[in-house]
Ligand binder design. Sequence first.
Ligand SMILES: Cc1cc2nc3c(=O)[nH]c(=O)nc-3n(C[C@H](O)[C@H](O)[C@H](O)COP(=O)(O)O)c2cc1C
Length: 146
Amino acid sequence: MGKALVVYCTRAGGTKKIGELIAEGIRIEGGEADVANVTGIKKEADLDGYDGYLFGSPTYHGEMMQAMKTMLFLAEKANLEGKAGGSFGAFGWSGEAPGRIFDTMEHILKMDMVSGPLRLKSALLGGGTEMAQGYGREIGKKLSTS
Ligand SMILES: Cc1cc2nc3c(=O)[nH]c(=O)nc-3n(C[C@H](O)[C@H](O)[C@H](O)COP(=O)(O)O)c2cc1C
């Protein structure tokens, strides 16, 4: 069974919560999942040893947070080609960040991406918990077939 790393950045905690729920979904499907704050990913080796990766950032001023941009440059050097991938983030109204992360994972890192990015206004509202867990389950299924 595969193992995934969920890396989040956050200012107010919402994107962390979504990442934790995604990890739960992966575990429901029998996979293993570690959850890490982006501040703990400092070198390429910190990304070693996983079959799948989920990167998450909220949207501020139309962009992902700087720490996630820096981490994506690190990931470019970590050879994640062909690994399962997904992206996520909390947002208020426009929510550009998860899509930008998703596109980078697909086009630059050349990862095996799930259907699309997960954007949630809150993990606690309107079925958000189930959607985040469901996204994790989608990755979990990918891990079990890869
Ligand atoms: C100063 C500021 C700027 C923001 N800019 C955007 C934005 O451009 N687009 C958007 O969708 N949400 C925007 N938001 C809303 C945040 O994305 C939203 O509050 C999100 O839940 C924060 O996630 P976090 O708890 O992980 O930090 C902004 C919020 C603040 C406080």
